[in-house]
Design a protein around this ligand. Structure first.
Ligand SMILES: N[C@H](CCC[C@H](N)C(=O)O)C(=O)O
Length: 336
């Protein structure tokens, strides 16, 4: 945005699509033909202003889709608090769908902060649910990658008494940072996750950049439930990178096969995670919905932190199809 002659910013109109992956929702903004003429600070402020939950408006983050020199497109992801993250699994499925339909190809590569990742349209996970597979990589065990202030090189299924006396934790970067614990239903129902997550995402000596915190409840050798308190957001309906990290931790803890396919249930629905834990390389494929909720023009005047949301052009059929899927998932979870 440019300062006008009176020193006021022009309000700028942004065409956005509200999208979600497993009900983890984002505004998708296409900058492939022309990037928004905003500074990095304004990009962060834009995310903070637009994602603020007020009534039906707001989101967990913004997905900026930009041109790339190395891939079909580039994804940048900003959390609701204005911080930029290196990766977003649920968001990558939505960006993958958008670019797939824009370029007319079902297999593509999307550039992210740390890697160019494979994205592929998949058979529908449920009736009328656009479904995509995205590569979650790199997977790093080193605590330095999070970063975490500890002498330990890795934390794999270990107690962390400074967080909790009983729970066993694993830290992983995929490549954004995750702290994961397999817990009982009882612990899942307690306030432990919120207390731990608020501590490690506030002033603390261990995780200087914060960390996404997930609790896993193992339902069977092919079904898990994951709830995540996301860095820069708070509790969300789902976190794609967290569900991927949780699948790998479950594979290790339950000694499952190297390429186990897990159903990962979450408060926003269900995805599948195909673990690839090979001697030469470890990565996870995250498979799930990429749903468009509505198109909307958002008018933003950053100088005055004013945001106006225009009328919604709702994708009624997609919204209805996803509701039907969630009801189907609830029946399955109830039966497990
Ligand atoms: N809050 C995350 C970024 C969004 C990741 C999540 N929405 C996903 O689907 O992976 C972080 O700061 O690392």
């Amino acid at each position: 945005m440019k300062d006008t002659c009176e020193g006021r910013y022009e309000a700028v109109e942004i065409r956005a699509i509200k999208v979600h992956g497993s009900s983890n929702d984002f505004y998708l903004i296409d900058e492939m033909s022309r990037e928004l003429a905003i500074t990095e600070e304004e990009r962060s402020a834009l995310s903070l202003a637009v994602c603020k939950r007020t009534g039906e408006d707001g989101a967990d983050g913004i997905l900026f889709v930009q041109a790339s020199n190395t891939a079909d497109a580039k994804m940048r992801v900003f959390n609701a608090d204005g911080t930029e993250a290196s990766m977003c699994g649920n968001g990558l499925r939505c960006v993958g769908r958008y670019v797939s339909e824009k370029l007319g190809k079902d297999e593509l590569i999307i550039e992210t902060m740390k890697a160019d990742l494979a994205v592929k349209r998949e058979p529908e996970i449920y009736q009328d649910i656009p479904t995509f597979r995205v590569e979650i990589s790199p997977v790093l065990k080193s605590t330095k990658a999070l970063p975490m202030n500890t002498e330990k090189d890795e934390i794999i299924q270990e107690r962390l008494p400074f967080l909790d006396d009983e729970l066993i934790f694993t830290t992983l970067s995929v490549p954004n940072p995750h702290l994961v614990s397999i817990v009982s239903q009882e612990v899942l129902a307690s306030d432990k996750q919120e207390k731990i997550a608020k501590y490690v995402n506030g002033e603390n000596e261990w995780f200087p950049d914060g960390v996404n915190v997930s609790f896993i409840n193992v339902m069977s050798d092919k079904d898990i439930f994951v709830r995540t308190y996301e860095r820069g957001v708070g509790f969300t309906n789902a976190c794609g990178t967290a569900m991927s990290a949780s699948s790998l931790v479950t594979k290790w803890e339950r000694s499952l096969e190297d390429e186990v396919l897990l159903n990962v249930y979450n408060p926003g629905g269900m995805v599948k995670c195909q673990v690839h834990d090979m001697p030469e390389k470890t990565w996870i494929d995250l498979i799930g919905n990429a749903t468009y909720e509505y198109k909307q023009t958002i008018t933003v005047d950053l100088k005055h932190r004013e945001v106006q949301f225009g009328n919604k052009e709702i994708h009624e059929e997609e919204v209805a199809a996803y509701h039907a899927f969630v009801n189907h998932v609830k029946e399955i979870v109830g039966a497990i």
